[in-house]
Design a protein around this ligand. Structure first.
Ligand code: COA
Length: 375
């Protein structure tokens, strides 16, 4: 049994292509123009609604997003395609999802000063899996040369924090010395790029977290996991009904609910208080006053949501850098968002400092991970 578990290293893979809001809106508006021209008769007859253009100003104001990274820019921006073109690979090649996860994992291992021989398993915690089985985690485990076990889990945008709790519990119970939690997110594949309300929301990325017994950690930026807490509460307001049965059922083919759909306003109203209350309750139960939290690494979905949560937790406006924002550059990257923020903005804190990693999203689901800097 291990008393205490630490995050000894994190890794980040950023795809090579970025799409600015200007490029995105130009492509979307070309699609709208084409669609309205092609369906002029139905629109005039009132059997089909006319589509409306998007705007850069709306996107920045409503979300704080200025750009997003993608695996494939050409297909995504082509107004006649509006979907990423990511060719299938043969079975003897890694899937793209596993490949970007492995890239992030290698950085996390290097940061922790660990090799494959030190690690006993891989959890792929992400909102969509490119291939069903063998599990994505098993592909990544094989590519990394890790003995032991691997499995996939999906709790949408909260997958990383749920993965951290699962890994920490297994290490504490003595079932593994060290585990990798990997969050490869090809969100461009499940975003409806033709939907004006949400076409700007997501981007692609991969993050990885290496966990091990705290007393074994030799890393320079190492964080003890003080406590974790998870919550799910059913809601229809964020959905993706894709699935192997739904995909082939005749009534399902081509329906927009096989991609990401949401009631954005309701999500905003319901998730913000749920998450702020959860952080406050979790820290209070551990006798940690909000003022003791040196940093909040929040899920990156929307700048207004993050500001609201940070204000409610801290009881004042967050100081610059206290609740770091990466969604202006990366957009919403589902489970990876809070881990990107942690990866980029944790090394400057001092031993003993406390912080909280917090995810929230579809389910609804939310996870809080209270961490204390070791070294
Ligand atoms: N360009 C220009 N205008 C747009 C637009 C676009 N792309 N999309 C919507 N609008 C318009 C709407 O038509 C509406 O116009 P109206 O007032 O004349 O009817 C107006 O902007 C407001 O639309 P609404 O959808 O209510 O926007 P919003 O202010 O709620 O912001 C979200 C939309 C999605 C950014 C916001 O609800 C949100 O952040 N929700 C949180 C959910 C989230 O981020 N989830 C991710 C998964 S965790």
């Amino acid at each position: 049994m291990t008393a205490s578990v630490a995050i000894s290293g994190t890794g980040l893979y950023t795809p090579p292509h970025s799409i600015s809001n200007e490029e995105l809106v130009a492509s979307f508006n070309s699609f709208v123009k084409l669609h309205n021209e092609q369906h002029a008769a139905e629109i005039a007859a009132g059997t089909m609604p006319m589509l409306t253009e998007s705007s850069v100003e709306f996107i920045v104001k409503a979300s704080g997003i200025k750009s997003r990274y993608v695996i494939d820019k050409t297909g995504t921006l082509d107004p006649t395609v509006m979907t990423p073109r990511i060719p299938e690979r043969p079975n003897d090649e890694l899937s793209v999802l596993a490949e970007i996860g492995v890239a992030a994992a290698k950085e996390a291992m290097a940061k922790a000063g660990r090799t494959a021989a030190d690690i006993d398993g891989v959890i792929c915690a992400a909102s969509n899996m490119q291939r069903a089985y063998p599990a994505m985690a098993v592909e990544m485990q094989f590519a990394l040369g890790i003995q032991g076990f691997g499995f996939d889990m999906n709790v949408a945008c909260s997958s990383a924090t749920f993965g951290i709790q699962a890994a920490a519990d297994m290490i504490r119970a003595g079932h593994a010395r060290s585990l990798l939690v990997i969050n490869p997110e090809i969100c461009s594949g499940h975003l409806n790029w033709r939907d004006r309300d949400s076409h700007f929301i997501f981007g692609d990325v991969a993050t990885a977290i290496l966990l091990e017994a705290a007393d074994a950690s030799e890393a320079t930026n190492s964080w003890e996991i003080v406590d974790t807490r998870l919550k799910t509460q059913f809601s229809n307001n964020i959905r993706n009904n894709f699935g192997f049965l739904n995909r082939t059922a005749p009534e399902g083919v081509g329906k927009p609910d096989k991609l990401f759909v949401q009631e954005g306003r309701k999500v905003f109203k319901e998730v913000v208080p749920m998450v702020a209350d959860m952080i406050l309750a979790h820290t209070a139960d551990r006798d940690i006053a909000p003022a003791q939290l040196k940093r909040l690494w929040l899920h990156q979905a929307n700048i207004n949501m993050n500001d609201f949560i940070a204000r409610k937790v801290l009881g004042r406006d967050p100081e610059p850098g206290e609740s770091p924002v990466i969604l202006d550059e990366y957009a919403n990257t589902s489970s990876a968002g809070s881990i990107i923020a942690f990866h980029k903005y944790s090394a400057d804190l001092n031993p003993g400092d406390l912080g909280i990693i917090c995810s929230f999203g579809a389910g609804y689901s939310a996870g809080t991970v209270i961490v204390r800097k070791l070294a």
